[in-house]
Write a protein that binds this ligand. Structure first.
Ligand code: ADP
Ligand code: TRP
Length: 323
Protein backbone atom coordinates (compact mmCIF):
# COMPACT_ATOMS: atom_id res chain seq x y z
CA UNK A 1 0.00 0.00 0.00
CA UNK A 2 1.38 3.42 -0.93
CA UNK A 3 2.27 5.79 1.86
CA UNK A 4 0.94 9.35 1.97
CA UNK A 5 2.30 12.12 4.16
CA UNK A 6 1.31 15.72 4.75
CA UNK A 7 1.50 18.44 7.36
CA UNK A 8 -0.18 21.70 8.11
CA UNK A 9 0.97 24.64 10.18
CA UNK A 10 -1.12 25.67 13.18
CA UNK A 11 -0.87 29.30 12.23
CA UNK A 12 -4.53 30.35 12.19
CA UNK A 13 -8.06 29.13 11.68
CA UNK A 14 -8.47 26.88 8.64
CA UNK A 15 -10.15 28.45 5.63
CA UNK A 16 -11.79 27.19 2.47
CA UNK A 17 -8.42 27.20 0.63
CA UNK A 18 -6.85 24.93 3.26
CA UNK A 19 -9.93 22.73 3.25
CA UNK A 20 -10.23 22.28 -0.53
CA UNK A 21 -6.52 22.36 -1.32
CA UNK A 22 -5.38 20.09 1.48
CA UNK A 23 -7.56 18.91 4.37
CA UNK A 24 -10.52 17.51 2.44
CA UNK A 25 -8.16 15.49 0.26
CA UNK A 26 -6.15 14.26 3.23
CA UNK A 27 -9.35 12.88 4.71
CA UNK A 28 -10.53 11.38 1.42
CA UNK A 29 -7.44 9.27 0.70
CA UNK A 30 -7.24 7.62 4.14
CA UNK A 31 -8.99 4.42 3.17
CA UNK A 32 -6.89 3.92 0.06
CA UNK A 33 -3.40 4.65 1.45
CA UNK A 34 -1.35 4.38 4.62
CA UNK A 35 -1.45 7.97 5.86
CA UNK A 36 0.78 10.06 8.11
CA UNK A 37 -0.53 13.55 8.91
CA UNK A 38 0.96 16.00 11.34
CA UNK A 39 0.56 19.45 12.80
CA UNK A 40 3.66 21.41 11.82
CA UNK A 41 4.31 23.25 15.07
CA UNK A 42 8.10 23.48 14.57
CA UNK A 43 7.38 25.32 11.32
CA UNK A 44 4.88 27.58 13.08
CA UNK A 45 7.68 28.79 15.37
CA UNK A 46 8.94 30.85 12.44
CA UNK A 47 5.91 33.12 12.88
CA UNK A 48 4.24 32.42 16.25
CA UNK A 49 6.14 33.64 19.29
CA UNK A 50 3.60 33.16 22.04
CA UNK A 51 3.62 29.92 24.01
CA UNK A 52 -0.09 29.91 24.88
CA UNK A 53 -1.14 30.85 21.37
CA UNK A 54 0.96 28.11 19.79
CA UNK A 55 -0.39 25.47 22.18
CA UNK A 56 -3.94 26.60 21.64
CA UNK A 57 -3.65 26.74 17.85
CA UNK A 58 -2.04 23.30 17.79
CA UNK A 59 -4.92 21.83 19.79
CA UNK A 60 -7.54 23.65 17.71
CA UNK A 61 -6.08 22.37 14.45
CA UNK A 62 -6.06 18.82 15.86
CA UNK A 63 -9.76 19.21 16.71
CA UNK A 64 -10.52 20.64 13.25
CA UNK A 65 -8.81 17.75 11.49
CA UNK A 66 -10.48 15.11 13.63
CA UNK A 67 -13.86 16.79 13.16
CA UNK A 68 -13.36 16.71 9.39
CA UNK A 69 -12.83 12.97 9.56
CA UNK A 70 -9.28 11.86 10.34
CA UNK A 71 -9.59 8.21 11.28
CA UNK A 72 -7.14 7.76 14.16
CA UNK A 73 -7.67 3.99 14.06
CA UNK A 74 -5.95 3.89 10.69
CA UNK A 75 -4.03 7.11 10.15
CA UNK A 76 -1.04 8.25 12.20
CA UNK A 77 -2.01 11.77 13.28
CA UNK A 78 0.55 13.60 15.42
CA UNK A 79 2.41 16.76 16.40
CA UNK A 80 5.60 17.39 14.43
CA UNK A 81 7.46 18.23 17.66
CA UNK A 82 6.72 14.81 19.16
CA UNK A 83 9.23 13.41 16.68
CA UNK A 84 12.47 15.22 17.62
CA UNK A 85 14.39 12.98 15.18
CA UNK A 86 13.10 15.34 12.50
CA UNK A 87 15.29 18.14 13.82
CA UNK A 88 18.43 16.00 13.82
CA UNK A 89 17.75 15.01 10.23
CA UNK A 90 17.21 18.69 9.40
CA UNK A 91 20.75 19.44 10.51
CA UNK A 92 22.22 16.56 8.52
CA UNK A 93 20.26 17.55 5.41
CA UNK A 94 21.29 21.18 5.79
CA UNK A 95 24.89 20.07 5.26
CA UNK A 96 24.03 18.82 1.75
CA UNK A 97 21.32 21.37 0.85
CA UNK A 98 22.66 23.86 -1.72
CA UNK A 99 22.47 27.43 -0.42
CA UNK A 100 21.38 28.75 -3.82
CA UNK A 101 18.46 26.34 -3.90
CA UNK A 102 17.10 27.77 -0.67
CA UNK A 103 17.73 31.34 -1.81
CA UNK A 104 15.35 30.65 -4.70
CA UNK A 105 12.51 29.44 -2.45
CA UNK A 106 9.38 31.60 -2.89
CA UNK A 107 8.78 32.19 0.81
CA UNK A 108 12.35 33.37 1.32
CA UNK A 109 12.36 35.54 -1.81
CA UNK A 110 9.07 37.09 -0.65
CA UNK A 111 10.53 37.88 2.75
CA UNK A 112 13.52 39.54 1.14
CA UNK A 113 11.65 41.52 -1.51
CA UNK A 114 9.09 42.71 1.04
CA UNK A 115 12.06 43.71 3.22
CA UNK A 116 10.73 41.70 6.14
CA UNK A 117 12.30 42.97 9.31
CA UNK A 118 15.13 40.74 10.52
CA UNK A 119 14.42 37.56 8.52
CA UNK A 120 15.57 34.58 10.56
CA UNK A 121 17.75 31.58 9.78
CA UNK A 122 14.68 29.49 10.65
CA UNK A 123 12.71 31.08 7.84
CA UNK A 124 15.57 30.48 5.43
CA UNK A 125 15.86 26.89 6.59
CA UNK A 126 12.11 26.25 6.47
CA UNK A 127 12.31 24.08 3.32
CA UNK A 128 15.05 21.90 4.85
CA UNK A 129 12.86 21.18 7.87
CA UNK A 130 10.07 20.36 5.45
CA UNK A 131 12.36 18.07 3.42
CA UNK A 132 13.28 16.32 6.65
CA UNK A 133 9.59 15.97 7.59
CA UNK A 134 8.93 14.33 4.30
CA UNK A 135 12.00 12.14 3.83
CA UNK A 136 12.00 10.73 7.35
CA UNK A 137 8.68 8.91 6.74
CA UNK A 138 9.61 7.67 3.24
CA UNK A 139 6.26 8.56 1.66
CA UNK A 140 5.29 7.89 -1.94
CA UNK A 141 2.93 10.84 -2.23
CA UNK A 142 2.68 14.23 -0.56
CA UNK A 143 -0.74 15.87 -1.05
CA UNK A 144 -0.51 19.65 -0.75
CA UNK A 145 -1.99 22.70 -2.42
CA UNK A 146 -0.31 24.06 -5.52
CA UNK A 147 1.52 26.78 -3.56
CA UNK A 148 3.56 24.11 -1.76
CA UNK A 149 4.75 22.40 -4.93
CA UNK A 150 8.13 24.13 -4.86
CA UNK A 151 8.79 22.83 -1.34
CA UNK A 152 8.28 19.26 -2.53
CA UNK A 153 10.67 19.88 -5.41
CA UNK A 154 13.26 21.22 -2.97
CA UNK A 155 12.79 18.08 -0.83
CA UNK A 156 13.45 15.95 -3.91
CA UNK A 157 16.58 17.96 -4.75
CA UNK A 158 17.91 17.64 -1.22
CA UNK A 159 17.18 13.89 -1.20
CA UNK A 160 18.98 13.55 -4.51
CA UNK A 161 21.95 15.53 -3.22
CA UNK A 162 22.17 13.26 -0.16
CA UNK A 163 21.90 10.13 -2.32
CA UNK A 164 24.69 11.44 -4.59
CA UNK A 165 27.01 11.96 -1.64
CA UNK A 166 26.21 8.90 0.46
CA UNK A 167 24.59 6.36 -1.85
CA UNK A 168 20.95 5.47 -2.45
CA UNK A 169 19.15 6.29 0.81
CA UNK A 170 16.01 8.34 0.26
CA UNK A 171 13.04 7.57 -1.90
CA UNK A 172 12.23 10.66 -3.98
CA UNK A 173 8.76 11.87 -2.95
CA UNK A 174 6.15 13.03 -5.44
CA UNK A 175 3.75 15.87 -4.98
CA UNK A 176 0.13 14.90 -5.24
CA UNK A 177 -1.81 17.87 -6.51
CA UNK A 178 -5.30 17.38 -7.81
CA UNK A 179 -5.45 18.83 -11.30
CA UNK A 180 -8.98 20.14 -10.93
CA UNK A 181 -8.37 21.82 -7.56
CA UNK A 182 -6.86 25.11 -8.56
CA UNK A 183 -5.65 27.58 -6.01
CA UNK A 184 -8.77 28.91 -4.33
CA UNK A 185 -9.12 32.68 -4.60
CA UNK A 186 -10.01 34.78 -1.59
CA UNK A 187 -13.08 36.94 -1.03
CA UNK A 188 -11.31 39.76 -2.92
CA UNK A 189 -11.40 37.58 -6.06
CA UNK A 190 -7.78 38.52 -6.80
CA UNK A 191 -5.30 36.91 -4.43
CA UNK A 192 -5.17 33.30 -3.33
CA UNK A 193 -7.21 32.78 -0.19
CA UNK A 194 -4.69 33.10 2.62
CA UNK A 195 -4.51 34.05 6.26
CA UNK A 196 -1.85 36.55 5.32
CA UNK A 197 -4.16 38.42 2.89
CA UNK A 198 -7.13 38.56 5.28
CA UNK A 199 -9.46 37.42 2.47
CA UNK A 200 -10.59 34.12 3.97
CA UNK A 201 -13.78 32.17 4.48
CA UNK A 202 -13.20 30.30 7.74
CA UNK A 203 -14.70 26.85 7.59
CA UNK A 204 -15.52 26.66 11.31
CA UNK A 205 -16.60 30.25 11.83
CA UNK A 206 -20.02 30.75 13.39
CA UNK A 207 -22.65 30.20 10.68
CA UNK A 208 -23.62 33.89 10.61
CA UNK A 209 -19.98 34.94 10.33
CA UNK A 210 -19.47 32.42 7.54
CA UNK A 211 -22.47 33.86 5.66
CA UNK A 212 -21.06 37.35 6.17
CA UNK A 213 -17.68 36.33 4.76
CA UNK A 214 -19.36 34.77 1.72
CA UNK A 215 -21.60 37.81 1.16
CA UNK A 216 -18.45 39.96 1.04
CA UNK A 217 -17.10 38.07 -1.99
CA UNK A 218 -16.27 40.09 -5.07
CA UNK A 219 -18.13 38.86 -8.20
CA UNK A 220 -18.00 39.86 -11.88
CA UNK A 221 -17.03 43.59 -11.66
CA UNK A 222 -18.89 44.40 -14.89
CA UNK A 223 -22.18 43.35 -13.37
CA UNK A 224 -23.16 46.61 -11.74
CA UNK A 225 -26.96 46.52 -11.74
CA UNK A 226 -29.12 43.59 -10.72
CA UNK A 227 -30.36 43.04 -14.27
CA UNK A 228 -26.94 43.22 -15.94
CA UNK A 229 -26.03 39.78 -17.31
CA UNK A 230 -23.21 38.10 -15.36
CA UNK A 231 -20.11 36.33 -16.62
CA UNK A 232 -19.74 33.14 -14.54
CA UNK A 233 -16.35 32.36 -16.09
CA UNK A 234 -14.70 35.18 -14.18
CA UNK A 235 -16.77 34.91 -11.00
CA UNK A 236 -15.23 33.41 -7.87
CA UNK A 237 -18.64 32.58 -6.40
CA UNK A 238 -19.32 30.52 -9.48
CA UNK A 239 -15.98 28.68 -9.14
CA UNK A 240 -16.97 27.66 -5.63
CA UNK A 241 -20.47 26.70 -6.75
CA UNK A 242 -18.82 24.24 -9.16
CA UNK A 243 -17.29 22.49 -6.16
CA UNK A 244 -20.15 22.73 -3.69
CA UNK A 245 -23.20 22.45 -5.99
CA UNK A 246 -22.02 20.40 -8.99
CA UNK A 247 -25.55 19.18 -9.78
CA UNK A 248 -26.97 22.65 -10.10
CA UNK A 249 -24.11 24.22 -11.98
CA UNK A 250 -25.65 24.24 -15.48
CA UNK A 251 -28.75 25.99 -14.17
CA UNK A 252 -26.73 28.51 -12.15
CA UNK A 253 -24.62 29.33 -15.20
CA UNK A 254 -27.65 29.87 -17.42
CA UNK A 255 -29.50 31.99 -14.88
CA UNK A 256 -26.44 34.10 -14.11
CA UNK A 257 -25.86 34.83 -17.80
CA UNK A 258 -29.51 35.78 -18.33
CA UNK A 259 -29.54 37.87 -15.14
CA UNK A 260 -32.39 35.74 -13.78
CA UNK A 261 -30.13 34.92 -10.82
CA UNK A 262 -28.63 37.85 -8.92
CA UNK A 263 -25.25 37.82 -7.17
CA UNK A 264 -26.80 38.19 -3.73
CA UNK A 265 -29.03 35.16 -4.20
CA UNK A 266 -26.17 33.23 -5.73
CA UNK A 267 -24.00 33.95 -2.71
CA UNK A 268 -26.79 33.00 -0.34
CA UNK A 269 -27.15 29.66 -2.11
CA UNK A 270 -23.39 29.10 -1.96
CA UNK A 271 -23.34 29.86 1.77
CA UNK A 272 -26.07 27.30 2.43
CA UNK A 273 -24.29 24.66 0.32
CA UNK A 274 -21.04 25.18 2.24
CA UNK A 275 -22.82 25.12 5.59
CA UNK A 276 -24.61 21.92 4.57
CA UNK A 277 -21.37 20.15 3.56
CA UNK A 278 -19.64 21.13 6.79
CA UNK A 279 -22.57 20.46 9.09
CA UNK A 280 -21.47 17.00 10.30
CA UNK A 281 -17.92 18.27 10.95
CA UNK A 282 -19.27 21.27 12.82
CA UNK A 283 -21.35 19.01 15.07
CA UNK A 284 -18.47 16.61 15.65
CA UNK A 285 -16.22 19.53 16.50
CA UNK A 286 -18.49 20.55 19.37
CA UNK A 287 -18.32 17.00 20.77
CA UNK A 288 -14.53 16.78 20.42
CA UNK A 289 -14.02 20.08 22.21
CA UNK A 290 -15.60 18.53 25.30
CA UNK A 291 -13.00 15.78 25.47
CA UNK A 292 -9.51 17.20 25.21
CA UNK A 293 -7.96 14.12 26.85
CA UNK A 294 -9.10 12.12 23.85
CA UNK A 295 -7.36 14.56 21.48
CA UNK A 296 -4.15 14.17 23.44
CA UNK A 297 -4.40 10.38 23.40
CA UNK A 298 -4.89 10.33 19.62
CA UNK A 299 -1.85 12.56 19.07
CA UNK A 300 0.31 10.46 21.38
CA UNK A 301 -0.70 7.24 19.69
CA UNK A 302 -0.01 8.75 16.27
CA UNK A 303 3.40 9.97 17.42
CA UNK A 304 4.33 6.49 18.63
CA UNK A 305 3.72 5.02 15.19
CA UNK A 306 5.41 7.90 13.37
CA UNK A 307 8.42 7.76 15.65
CA UNK A 308 9.04 4.08 14.89
CA UNK A 309 9.39 4.92 11.21
CA UNK A 310 11.39 8.10 11.86
CA UNK A 311 13.90 6.34 14.12
CA UNK A 312 14.55 3.66 11.51
CA UNK A 313 15.25 6.24 8.80
CA UNK A 314 17.45 8.32 11.07
CA UNK A 315 19.48 5.25 12.14
CA UNK A 316 20.10 4.48 8.49
CA UNK A 317 21.15 8.07 7.78
CA UNK A 318 23.45 8.29 10.82
CA UNK A 319 25.20 5.14 9.76
CA UNK A 320 25.58 6.34 6.16
CA UNK A 321 27.21 9.63 7.15
CA UNK A 322 29.42 8.16 9.89
CA UNK A 323 27.74 9.29 13.11
P1 ADP B 1 -2.11 30.16 4.34
O1 ADP B 1 -1.66 30.66 2.99
O2 ADP B 1 -3.49 30.59 4.65
O3 ADP B 1 -1.12 30.52 5.44
P2 ADP B 1 -0.96 27.53 4.53
O4 ADP B 1 0.28 28.00 3.84
O5 ADP B 1 -0.90 27.25 6.00
O6 ADP B 1 -2.13 28.57 4.25
O7 ADP B 1 -1.47 26.23 3.75
C1 ADP B 1 -1.87 24.98 4.32
C2 ADP B 1 -2.28 24.04 3.19
O8 ADP B 1 -3.41 24.55 2.50
C3 ADP B 1 -1.19 23.83 2.13
O9 ADP B 1 -1.20 22.48 1.66
C4 ADP B 1 -1.59 24.78 1.05
O10 ADP B 1 -1.12 24.38 -0.22
C5 ADP B 1 -3.12 24.73 1.12
N1 ADP B 1 -3.68 26.02 0.69
C6 ADP B 1 -3.55 27.22 1.34
N2 ADP B 1 -4.19 28.20 0.70
C7 ADP B 1 -4.77 27.61 -0.39
C8 ADP B 1 -5.60 28.11 -1.44
N3 ADP B 1 -5.96 29.37 -1.50
N4 ADP B 1 -6.00 27.23 -2.39
C9 ADP B 1 -5.65 25.92 -2.34
N5 ADP B 1 -4.88 25.39 -1.36
C10 ADP B 1 -4.44 26.21 -0.39
N1 TRP C 1 4.81 24.05 4.74
C1 TRP C 1 3.52 23.39 4.75
C2 TRP C 1 2.44 24.47 4.71
O1 TRP C 1 2.65 25.62 5.07
C3 TRP C 1 3.34 22.54 5.98
C4 TRP C 1 4.28 21.39 6.01
C5 TRP C 1 5.35 21.24 6.83
C6 TRP C 1 4.22 20.23 5.18
N2 TRP C 1 5.96 20.06 6.59
C7 TRP C 1 5.32 19.41 5.57
C8 TRP C 1 3.38 19.81 4.15
C9 TRP C 1 5.59 18.19 4.95
C10 TRP C 1 3.66 18.58 3.52
C11 TRP C 1 4.75 17.78 3.93
O2 TRP C 1 1.34 24.15 4.33
Amino acid sequence: MKRVLSGMQPSGKPHLGNYLGAMKRHIAVQEKYECFYFIANYHALTTVRDKKKLQEMTRELAIDYLALGINPGKTAFFRQSDIPEVTELTWILSTVAPFGLLERAHAWKDAITKKKKDPTVGLFNYPVLMASDILIYEPDLVPVGRDQKQHIEIARDIAQSFNNHFGETFKLPEDFIEEDVQTILGTDGIHKMSKSYGNVIEIFAHEDELRKQIMSMVTDPNRVKRDDPGNPDICNVFSLQKIFSPNKIAEIKKNCKSAKLGCVDNKKALAEAIIEELKPAREKRIELTKNLDYIDEVLKKGAKKARETATKTLDKVRSKVGL
